[in-house]
Design a protein around this ligand. Structure first.
Ligand SMILES: Nc1ncnc2c1ncn2[C@@H]1O[C@H](COP(=O)(O)OP(=O)(O)O)[C@@H](O)[C@H]1O
Ligand SMILES: Cc1cn([C@H]2C[C@H](O)[C@@H](COP(=O)(O)OP(=O)(O)O)O2)c(=O)[nH]c1=O
Length: 219
């Protein structure tokens, strides 16, 4: 697979969607074929996960989002990578490691469930002021129980993303944590584009499965 797989993840309202769109534009303008996408997907399975967080909890939701992820990889991500595209995915494994953990699922099981999900070439984790992120998410519209809970829940979500970024790094993932601070979206995208450009200059690693559960259990 000659393309590159880049994930943009982080707490709700931190700016994943807008940054993914801006980065996609910058990379396309640099002459690369791009494929922006997101999880949960727009399939029936993905919509059930996105809109069903009040009905589905714990292991059920963990399996639902993992099933959506495997279908996404098979039908969309891998074909785009084979076609040489730069795939930008808004939410991926880090979301599961944070939200399913908040939902009481054993982290080792979350890793196991995602064992065969492709390891991205780069995982970008956006962090920012939790109150600001929560406010933006609320203004945009709350459609998930994970959006509720105010600043305290936002603080915990942010802490877990930072912890998960360390776990992923320990498991051999290329992780880039970016705190948006006071930056406007175009400034964030420009800073991240520099990192993505250096990735595009490197040879592709062929996109191996995640298969890191043992590593994490041993750590
Ligand atoms: N750095 C930023 N500065 C100001 N507004 C932002 C910033 N990042 C995102 N926003 C705005 O906040 C809202 C939520 O951003 P969005 O990209 O949808 O977040 P996410 O996908 O992480 O939930 C959007 O209206 C977006 O334009
Ligand atoms: C990808 C993913 C999503 N979800 C669920 C819970 C999230 O609140 C919801 C994400 O829906 P989404 O519309 O992407 O939310 P946001 O606007 O905050 O980016 O899907 C998980 O529980 N685990 C996952 O791994």
């Amino acid at each position: 697979m000659t393309g590159r797989f880049v994930v943009v993840d982080g707490p709700s309202g931190v700016g994943k969607t807008i940054i993914t769109a801006l980065l996609t534009r910058l990379v396309a303008d640099a002459g690369w074929p791009v494929h922006p996408t997101k999880e949960p997907t727009h399939t029936t399975l993905g919509r059930t996960a996105r809109l069903g967080t009040d009905d589905y909890h714990g292991l059920t939701l963990a399996c639902l989002v993992a099933a959506d992820r495997y279908h996404h990889l098979e039908t969309e991500v891998r074909p785009a990578l084979v076609a040489g595209k730069v795939v930008f995915c808004d939410r991926y494994l880090p979301t599961s490691l944070v939200l399913q953990r908040l939902d009481g699922v054993d982290p080792a099981y979350i890793w196991d469930l995602n064992r065969y999900a492709d390891r991205p070439d780069l995982t970008i984790v956006l962090t920012g002021d939790p109150t600001r992120s929560r406010t933006r998410a609320a203004e945009r519209g709350i459609h998930s129980r994970f959006h509720r809970g105010g600043p305290e829940a936002g603080k915990r979500e942010r802490e877990l993303y930072v912890q998960v970024a360390d776990e992923l790094t320990g498991a051999g993932f290329a992780v880039h944590v970016h705190d948006v601070g006071e930056q406007q979206p175009d400034e964030v995208a420009a800073a991240l584009f520099a990192r993505v450009r250096s990735l595009l200059a490197e040879p592709s690693d062929g996109h191996t499965p995640t298969a890191s559960a043992d590593l994490i259990r041993e750590s």
